[in-house]
Design a protein around this ligand. Structure first.
Ligand code: NDP
Length: 297
């Protein structure tokens, strides 16, 4: 019987745990604060940011939102970040990506104080992750790790194949899964668009994580019987709906379900976990910045 992992349920239990952590910070006079910065007029970016703000409100994090005109010079974004870096009410800063073409993403991510970099994209935090001493695990890979844990799928000794090598998903997830620590110890293969015979790699894996951004890239012919399949992909494909599209993952869910032991749906799998782990990092950041040891779920 295939188990379909309910990302919403796991995310809710993490958020419940975070409420307790936030209460204990509150007893010491600290309310975690997350600043979201939006420099885009893309409706999906606007939606993502407003969902993050709503999440903050629901768990008791102080949400601060800054919008910058999409045509403003990059300096305006950098000076906003500089102000947030020194604002004691702000523990975490999230700059919603993608940024307009005239803004150097790398310079922006490096401008964020690494202690407030709750996305975990600053080179200092990337370095700590690679060294096996993560300060802030990037939200999506951390969410995948937590989902595996919730499903009692231990990567220890497993062959894991990650399809995708981006800085925000594939690379940090590979680092999490092969680290010599709990939730790691897998033997990891990272595939990408130049990989020869992708199916040979995925069909030999115990755990397949699809993060390529290609709808229905993975089906049952590319999976081993009994595999765990985590679908990170979120792709809008044309459909006869009110919006004219529907969201689908990188895995052909119905077909993959016929061989997988454990599988995540899209939507309702990794997506809610990404949002929960952003809250997690913000609470952790508040604890670190106030030198308070906080129990985290
Ligand atoms: P990127 O476009 O940055 O990276 C995609 C990766 O997939 C690249 O490494 C690329 O290879 C590889 N790839 C593309 N096509 C193929 C293919 N046919 N075979 C093998 N590898 C391939 O995407 P992201 O990492 O940012 O996102 C990946 C997906 O995850 C997207 O659908 C995105 O929307 C979704 N996402 C979902 C999140 C969530 O919370 N659920 C959060 C973040 C992302 P190469 O390096 O050679 O180009």
């Amino acid at each position: 019987m295939t188990r379909v992992l309910d990302g919403n349920a796991v995310a809710t239990s993490i958020r419940d745990g975070l409420s307790t952590s936030i209460d204990s910070l509150g007893e010491q006079g600290v309310t975690p604060g997350l600043a979201t910065v939006l420099m885009s007029d893309d409706p999906s970016s606007e939606t993502y940011v407003s969902m993050k703000q709503r999440d903050c409100e629901e768990v008791g994090i102080n949400g601060i939102h800054v919008e910058i005109d999409v045509e403003a010079p990059a300096e305006e974004l950098l000076s906003t970040i500089a102000e947030l870096n020194t604002d004691p009410a702000v523990n975490g800063i999230l700059v919603q990506l993608p940024l307009p073409d005239h803004v150097d993403k790398r310079a922006v991510l490096q401008a964020i104080d690494p202690m407030k970099d709750v996305d975990g994209f600053h080179p200092e935090n990337v370095g700590l992750l690679v060294a096996g001493e993560p300060r802030y695990k990037p939200c999506t890979p951390h969410g995948v790790q937590k989902l595996l844990e919730a499903a009692d799928v231990d990567p220890d000794g497993a062959d894991a194949v990650i399809v995708g090598r981006s800085d925000i998903v594939g690379k940090p997830l590979a680092n999490l899964l092969f680290q010599k620590q709990q939730g790691g110890n897998a033997t990891v293969t990272v595939c990408h668009s130049h990989t020869d015979d992708l199916a040979a790699k995925t069909s030999a894996a115990d755990i397949v994580v699809a993060a390529a951004g290609v709808p229905n890239l993975i089906d049952e012919t590319m999976l081993a019987e009994g595999a765990t399949v985590i679908d990170v992909g979120v792709n809008a494909v044309d459909a006869d709906t009110e919006k004219g599209y529907r969201l689908t993952g990188d895995v052909d869910f119905e077909r993959a379900k016929s061989v997988a032991d454990v599988i995540t749906p899209v939507p309702g799998g990794v997506g809610p976990m990404t949002r929960a782990m952003l809250l997690y990092n913000t609470v952790k950041a508040a604890g670190l910045q106030h030198d308070i040891s906080v129990d985290l779920p």
